[in-house]
Design a protein around this ligand. Sequence first.
Ligand SMILES: NC(=O)c1ccc[n+]([C@@H]2O[C@H](COP(=O)([O-])OP(=O)(O)OC[C@H]3O[C@@H](n4cnc5c(N)ncnc54)[C@H](OP(=O)(O)O)[C@@H]3O)[C@@H](O)[C@H]2O)c1
Length: 388
Amino acid sequence: MMARSVVHSKSCCSAFAFRASAVETRPGRVRIPDKARDARVLVLGGTGRVGGSTALALSKLSPDLRIVVGGRNREKGDSMVATLGKNSAFAQVNIDDMVSLERALADVDLVVHTAGPFQQAQNCNVLEAAIATKTAYVDVCDDTRYALLAKSFNDKAAAANISAITTGGIYPGVSNVMAAELVRAAKDESKGEPEKLRFYYYTAGTGGAGPTILATSFLLLGEEVVAYRKGEKIKLKPYSGGLNIDFGKGIGKRDVFLLNLPEVKSAHEILGVPTVSARFGTAPFFWNWGMSAMTNLLPPEYLQDRSKVQELVRQFDPIVRVIDGIAGERVSMRVDLECSDGRHAVAIFTHRRLSVSVGYSTAAFVLAILEGSSKPGVWFPEEVRTLP
Ligand SMILES: NC(=O)c1ccc[n+]([C@@H]2O[C@H](COP(=O)([O-])OP(=O)(O)OC[C@H]3O[C@@H](n4cnc5c(N)ncnc54)[C@H](OP(=O)(O)O)[C@@H]3O)[C@@H](O)[C@H]2O)c1
């Protein structure tokens, strides 16, 4: 078990009080109120890596939940249902088809949306269907534009009396809660004002994720990076600004580079920190070179085109899988907060398998909603306030 930092928050992000069990290899069970114990949870993309891992984590943490695996491919769905065992079923859903979506959502209590990529998506179909059918919602979005579009449905979600969380995965997701916890601790101790917040992420290979994450990474290389310096929004080149960061035991020092990630904006606006940025690095080292070369050699318009990127993924995927077998899938998140009095606080989360920890992270957000810790509306992870 390598989960070294477990976030347990009490104030601004109490809805997401992550239990140690939520990231352990052999997790305990989570007690949720009787009325939600056998809730029906639809996991869209449940035949993929992140969705499948979320479904497995939910069934382990709360075995009475009824899990519906949603996807386009029945064969993959049946195989996932066989892994999950009793209390699970498959629903054939295409998220681009509103009729099939609303049909699938008609009979569930909460929908988890993991059917990315979220980059360059033209709408928030799943959230809109959730609001129309009064179904609670969590997504693992990792795209700034999509997250802001989701947030724009806040009033509609509140009017429909449903709770929705956007960017509720591991990073973004748990990393936002780590940042909120550092800011809360700094303010509680009144030792100066939070000034600089930096998110650093490391994942070996693709972290055992599916082809969609590869598409996500390529699409992100086509986006200018938004960061904040002393309150000013600045735009930077993707995969530039390399730093060598120490992720501690099990990971060591790794090179990380700027990427455009939604937690930068949400942390800046919600936590009120004037300087914020996010960097990511992978292994083996030549993948970092490859990402940097793609940014320099391919025009941004090419990297913003979903169909061209999907084609690129088809060509790269077999090589990536072979190298994944050697690289492993360790994941580490380090969040640094500097305050005006010179205080420097660091939070680190490390796990040997991204594909497992992303599922438990997402499941924690799902369980937070089911246990009634979140108010109606659309929320970023660091945003939900203590219920009265
Ligand atoms: N926030 C975070 O911490 C975090 C971390 C990792 C990944 N992610 C995001 O999670 C997403 C999924 O990654 P992954 O590695 O799980 O990818 P994956 O293994 O390729 O899975 C994607 C799943 O989505 C389903 N899907 C795709 N298009 C669909 C459609 N139109 N309708 C219904 N289902 C559809 C696919 O099923 P069928 O093809 O069978 O329909 C598949 O099961 C990515 O966007 C990634 O960026 C977020």
